[in-house]
Design a protein around this ligand. Structure first.
Ligand code: GLC
Length: 548
């Protein structure tokens, strides 16, 4: 095996499949493995290297599958293990790698372990796999401390003991249906090593690790000064009791040994909402995880200084530990970029209440999102595309309240609508039920006009977002400049312009300001996110790829 193949992940484009909303093969209104298998040729033609599939394990889906009831099986809504194995081999035949999502911080309350814990006495080995504590106050009827769940409300829930008496409390960083596992317990550690091997043996190429900065806790810490509870916020205090504790790194060193024992070695991507970037770099030291989502980049405003600073800083701290940078604008937890970039404030909001953010100008957002795609896809390192991003889908802000499924909605006392607006099933065709998503509706309603954004509507149209992505990904695969991990800034074009070269012979210029600018000397325009002006100027919110 050549080194290039071993290190495929350093510059890979990884496409995120939110399976429940991707393609419905059996007409039950939810996406599934059959639907995904049917779309593999589409993904190959798009020009990506790998797919990352959101959790597909048996689950009550209280948190979209991030509440896993069995880590070694497939939810019947999505298919079965035979279909999963077929999917993996079909993807491999098309040259696509397959990355799964592992959720080690917590299980579902439907997991056998948690059911056994509820049926067992305080202090039993069954309870010791989770974090059970006696309550505070004379009758133990107060939570053990004031820590809060990131979905709102207390991070503790009281149980009824098997004899019917009011009992202990268990800890859950997320929904009440997602009890946290106790990673001090060797049995928990051993179990997850087995889960990794199970899927690696089936041919899976790697894992995205959910809440990779969770897992290790110091439950002896005192009450927290609030507000710490917004979803996906980085912890704002050092030595946080349950986020980004040094002990997680021991776990990952063990996981890396397992991944390295496979041929080809398997890969890990960290989902870790930590600050500053130096903290993130600790997760990708060379005996730990391979890469990590760059959420500083995802959160950045559409602003030249902010983006340049994030790009420089990310590359510096990640390269210092030998890891590649990565670039991401969307996922299943955050607002679609077309909508965010169409707002007056373009930095990603903390928390989830997307409705309070004000108006979004769809045309402006789309124009910026197109330019942002060319920027992201030419930065050195790996890139992530969330399903539908390549279609320029907007956030669906007006889902009816009775359709909302994100636990955030109820746990916030129906004040925050949560993340369903970026999870609406994909439009594939210009007609037919659910715009080609499936034969029988879609679990979240699609908005009017969704079919106009479908794959069928866009393919072959040179002005479509889809064709822009296809062209960009083709160039990204073919250009030798994309093999290096360096860039050289050209600061001469204007303060609101990001311009840089990659060797050999490739230049990217992005005008983030409001005035048109002159392009640097070039011999060829390879791709532009929007047309240049007649006199060859680069208009506002436009990116070009040039041959110097
Ligand atoms: C991660 C997932 C998110 C989920 C949470 C709890 O942040 O991306 O969707 O709700 O973990 O598992």
């Amino acid at each position: 095996m050549t080194d290039a193949r071993k290190d495929w992940w350093r510059s890979a484009t990884i496409y995120q499949v939110y399976i429940r909303s991707f393609a419905d093969g059996n007409g039950d209104g939810e996406g599934d493995i059959t639907g995904l298998r049917g779309k593999l040729p589409y993904l190959r033609d798009l020009g990506i290297d790998a797919i990352w599939i959101n959790p597909w394990y048996p689950s009550p889906l209280n948190d979209g599958g991030y509440d896993v009831a069995d880590y070694r099986d497939i939810d019947p809504r999505f298919g079965d293990l035979t279909q999963a194995t077929q999917l993996i081999s079909e993807a491999h035949d098309l040259g696509l790698k397959v990355i799964l999502d592992i959720v080690p911080n917590h299980s579902s309350w439907d997991h056998e372990w948690f059911k056994a814990a509820l049926e067992s006495a305080p202090g039993s080995p069954e309870r010791a796999r989770y974090i059970f504590r006696d309550g505070a106050g004379p009758n133990g009827d107060q939570p053990p401390n004031n820590w809060r769940s990131v979905f709102g409300g207390p991070a503790w829930e009281r149980v009824t003991e098997p004899d019917g008496s009011p009992g202990q409390w268990y800890f859950h960083i997320f929904d009440v249906s997602q009890p946290d596992l106790d990673w001090n317990n060797p049995e928990v550690r051993e179990e997850f090593l087995g889960v990794l091997r199970f899927w690696f043996d089936l041919g899976v190429d790697g894992f995205r690790i959910d809440v990779a900065h969770g897992m290790v806790k110091d439950m002896t810490k005192p009450d927290l000064p609030y507000d710490e509870s917004g979803l996906l916020n980085s912890p704002s205090i050092a030595d946080h009791p349950f986020f980004d504790r040094d002990g997680v790194h021991d776990i990952y060193r063990g996981w890396r040994e397992i991944a390295n024992a496979y041929d080809p070695p398997r890969l890990f991507v960290a989902e870790a909402w930590v600050e500053p970037p130096e903290r993130l770099a600790r997760y990708v030291r060379d005996d730990e995880l391979h890469s990590a989502f760059n959420f500083d980049y995802l959160k950045s405003a559409w602003n030249a200084d902010a983006l340049r600073q994030t790009i420089e800083q990310s590359m510096e701290v990640l390269h210092a530990v030998g890891a590649p940078a990565t670039w991401v604008l969307e996922n299943h937890d955050v607002e679609r970029v077309v909508t965010r970039y169409g707002r007056e404030v373009t930095a990603a909001p903390r928390g989830h209440n997307r409705l309070v953010l004000g108006e979004s100008d769809r045309a402006l957002g789309r124009r910026r999102a197109r330019a942002a795609a060319l920027l992201m896809l030419t930065l050195p390192g790996g890139a992530y595309i969330y399903q539908g991003q390549e279609l320029g889908l907007p956030e669906v802000l007006d889902l009816p309240e009775d359709a909302l499924q994100d636990p955030v909605w109820e746990r916030s006392g129906r004040t925050e609508r949560g993340r369903d607006g970026c999870r609406v099933p994909l439009p594939w065709t210009t007609s037919g039920p659910s715009a080609g998503f499936g034969d029988n509706g879609s679990w979240l309603p699609q908005p009017a006009g969704w079919e106009e954004l479908s794959v069928e509507a866009q393919q072959g149209d040179p002005e479509s977002v889809l064709e822009l992505y296809r062209s960009a990904l083709r160039i990204r695969r073919e250009e030798p400049a994309f093999e290096s991990e360096a860039l050289t800034w050209n600061q001469d074009i204007g303060a609101d312009v990001l311009a840089f070269e990659r060797e050999p012979g490739f230049m990217c210029v992005v005008n983030i300001g409001s005035e048109s600018v002159k392009l640097p000397v070039h011999t060829e325009i390879l791709l532009a996110s929007s047309p240049l002006s007649e006199d060859g100027l680069l208009p506002a919110d436009t990116a070009v790829w040039l041959r110097p």
